[in-house]
Each structure stands twice: as structure tokens, then as C-alpha cells.
Ligand binder design. Structure first.
Ligand SMILES: [Zn+2]
Length: 424
């Protein structure tokens, strides 16, 4: 029997409840509406949030008065509490860091030059292909636990470093087994279409067929993935191949999302018929893309960690997207090649300093809009009665400190489904 959890004396409670925004993901000015309650309290019962309000009001509650001895009470002593982060784009199934790539890039090699020299995504394949599943399970689980220690409670996790039927399914199984041993929520994505592996270099169409006919059907049937993802860009998959993979995913009941516009622009218009959950990266985008996106609920997931780690001088055009009413999310893009961080507050800090998003906007983009990107917004991303009791407690007095203290973990406690998962 799970004991009720009562968090009291919260300095600022960011409920993310917005009276002003309509249904659907947050756009434009609504991104700044954090629904803050000061001197607040939250009561959680059976893994769900039961009430949010001021500590004073909570202490007058007759139920709490009667049951106070049976409740686990945490005095937050003026700290900031917000919904656990939703990291809606990660690649945790890999074996080793890519240190040679790192060094080469520091010496001046480009992403394409590193890939051409046998580095990049392809260099992570061997480790995953040879690895026993259990080794991958432990890697993923370690990452999930580390994420929780940084305030993240819901994670999207992609396969994509196997690129054979066997190793992609093994990667998804590893995600699924790690997820069962972690209290948080994991949304799994098949990224069989990460790059065309060497064996199919001159016959990419054959590889696309392998993804469509041999990876997607078992991943869907065995419920190993909820989404299929495609890296649609130069050097990866064409828009036509992407549409083909989306069609197969749709046919088998998987949602779709894509790495889009990271290295070069791709017209988005032909893809909206698949109702994509998100387009991720979007460093390159046209005015027409922005217009199309503003009319749809497809989230643009911005991944500034990759731009930072690649040492790029350009960053995703957050202002242009937000000002046009496009719903945006932020994620870490945790992966061994281009963004080896799982700290959401680092991505948030980068979004403030390099993309000119405000501290309030980055919090919304990392919680409720991330939940929309994973289609779990009915359960995650805000602190409201009935939602899952996933919360992060930060040892700061003002929410703006969360992206301010960059590279430092100020997460003091993480609660998942009403249970303390991490206490720093
Ligand atoms: Zn990615």
C-alpha cells in the first residue's frame, strides 16, 4: 500500500496550469504562463495528484487533518517545485562514448567529414550489434536513473545504433526491460532509419524495405515501440523514403516523428498527412514550413545540446517559431556523438542564452509541450488533480534559477508516481 505524499512549504509551485491557453500544445504567449502558486502544497494519493494550492489551505483540509499521521510529509522549505521534465528525444541505447570523434571535431573536422572517415552514427553500430542485450539494458537503466537525478520523469528512448533487424529489436527490448525496472515513464521509438548502414550503401531502397517490412511490423506487434522515427536529411533518408517509412508505420499503428532540418532544409508540407507527433532539430526551415507548423499540433522539438556540442555558431530559430505560434518543445538529444548530456536544465540554459527563449518558455517547452510531443499530455507535464504525481524539486528560490545555474545539478528531489525516486 502506497502512502499518500504531502509536499508543503513550496516557495514557488509551477503548476503549468494555464487558464488562458486553449486545448492542445502551448503556443505563443501561453508558453510563458507557468501557473505559479506561492507558499504552496501538493497532495498525492495512489500515484496521482489530488490537490494543489497554498500550504495554508491544504492544512485546513479535513481529510489531511484526519490522516496527517498516515501521510509522508516533505517540508520543501521554500524550494521550487515543478512537473518532472519530459525529455522527448533521446538515444540511450549505445555502448561507448565517441571520444575519437570528439577529439577530431575539436581539431576542426565537420560532422560529414567525421562520418566519411568511419566515425559518426556508423561507429556506434559495432558495439550495439555485438553486445548482449543485458549489457544494453544496464546502460539504458543507468541513463534513466541519471535522468531522474536531474529532474526528468518521462523519457522518449530511441533505438537506432543497431540497424539490423535483430539489433534494432534487441535495442527496443533493452529499452522495454530497462523501463520495467524504472519508476518513470518511457516512450519507445524505433529509429531503424537512422542512417543507411554500410551493407546497403548502394541500395538504400532495399534497406528502407527492411525497415518497413521487417522492423516496423514486429516492433508494433510486440508493442516494443509507440513511434517510428526517420532521420530525413542529406546523407540519411530522402523525403520519399521518409514518406514510405511513415506509411508502413501508420499501417501498423505506430505514431511517426522525424529528425528534420538538422543539416539541410526539407519541405514539411507532404508529411502532415501522417499527423507527425514531432519534427526534431529544425535548424533549417522555410517561411512556408513555419506557416504550416503554426496550423498543426505537430511539435517542433528543439535540441540545442547538439549545436553546442558540435560547436556550431547557429542555433534553432526558437523566436521565429514561437512568435509565429508554432508549439515548441526542448529535449536533450542524449546520444554519444552529438549531444552527450542527459541534463534537461543544460538544454534549457542553452535555449535561453543562444535561442533567446525566456526562462518561463523553456520550462513550458520542457514539461507540457514535451508531453504533447509524446502524446502523453493527458497524464504528464502539468501539476493538476488527476495527473500523474511526477514532480521535480529544485534547491532554488526562483524558477529562473533553473536555467541560470548552467552545468550544475540543482535538482534536490524527484518524485515519480507519488514516490520519492531520487533525493540528492
Ligand atoms: Zn536525435
Amino acid at each position: 500500500m502506497q502512502l499518500p505524499l504531502f509536499l508543503a512549504n513550496i516557495g514557488q509551485l509551477l503548476t503549468l496550469h494555464s487558464a488562458s491557453s486553449g486545448p492542445g500544445p502551448r503556443r505563443g504567449p501561453a508558453l510563458k504562463d507557468l501557473g505559479i502558486i506561492e507558499n504552496a502544497a501538493v497532495l498525492c494519493l495512489a500515484g496521482k495528484i489530488v490537490s494543489v494550492g497554498t500550504t495554508k489551505d491544504a492544512l485546513r483540509d479535513p481529510w489531511l487533518k484526519r490522516n496527517r499521521k498516515k501521510v509522508i510529509e516533505i517540508d520543501c522549505a521554500g524550494k521550487v517545485v515543478l512537473p518532472g521534465f519530459v525529455d522527448s528525444h533521446t538515444h540511450p541505447v549505445f555502448l561507448s562514448p565517441r571520444l575519437v570523434d570528439f577529439e577530431k571535431r575539436v581539431e576542426g573536422a565537420s560532422y560529414e567529414e567525421i562520418a566519411a572517415a568511419g566515425g559518426g552514427i556508423r561507429s556506434s553500430l559495432e558495439g550495439v550489434r555485438k553486445s548482449k542485450k543485458q549489457v544494453l539494458v544496464e546502460k539504458v537503466l543507468a541513463a534513466l536513473r541519471d535522468m531522474a537525478a536531474h529532474g526528468t520523469t518521462t523519457v522518449e528512448a530511441k533505438s537506432g545504433y543497431g540497424l539490423t533487424v535483430e539489433s534494432e529489436l534487441k535495442s527496443l527490448e533493452a529499452i522495454s526491460e530497462a523501463a520495467k525496472r524504472w519508476r518513470g515513464t518511457v516512450v519507445a521509438t524505433l529509429l531503424g532509419a537512422h542512417v543507411v548502414p554500410k551493407e546497403f550503401q548502394d541500395c538504400s531502397q532495399k534497406y528502407v524495405e527492411t525497415v518497413c517490412k521487417e522492423m516496423i511490423p514486429p516492433a508494433a506487434r510486440r508493442k516494443l515501440a509507440q513511434f517510428a522515427d526517420v532521420f530525413c536529411d542529406k546523407g540519411a533518408f530522402t523525403p520519399e523514403e521518409t514518406a514510405q517509412i511513415f506509411e508502413a508505420a501508420e499501417e501498423h499503428g505506430l505514431g511517426v516523428r522525424a529528425h528534420m532540418g538538422q543539416l539541410s532544409g526539407t519541405a514539411l508540407q507532404p508529411f502532415f498527412r501522417f499527423n507527425p507527433a514531432s519534427f526534431d532539430h529544425m535548424d533549417h526551415l522555410s517561411d512556408d514550413d513555419v506557416l504550416q507548423l503554426s496550423k498543426h499540433d505537430t511539435i517542433v522539438t528543439l535540441l540545442p545540446g547538439a549545436n553546442y556540442f558540435l560547436g556550431l555558431k547557429t542555433h534553432p530559430h526558437a523566436r521565429k517559431l514561437i512568435d509565429a505560434g508554432v508549439p515548441v518543445a526542448l529535449a536533450t538529444d542524449y546520444n554519444p556523438g552529438t549531444s552527450p548530456t542527459l541534463n534537461m536544465t543544460m538544454a534549457m540554459s542553452l535555449a535561453c542564452t543562444h535561442m533567446k527563449m525566456s526562462p518561463a518558455e523553456v520550462i513550458t517547452a520542457s514539461t507540457i509541450n514535451g508531453a504533447w510531443a509524446l502524446r502523453v499530455a493527458d497524464r504528464k507535464g502539468t501539476l493538476e488533480p488527476g495527473k500523474d504525481a511526477d514532480l521535480a524539486i529544485f534547491a532554488v528560490e526562483d524558477y529562473r534559477e533553473i536555467p541560470y545555474w548552467f552545468g550544475i545539478n540543482r535538482c534536490a528531489m524527484t518524485v515519480i508516481n507519488g514516490i520519492v525516486e531520487y533525493a540528492g
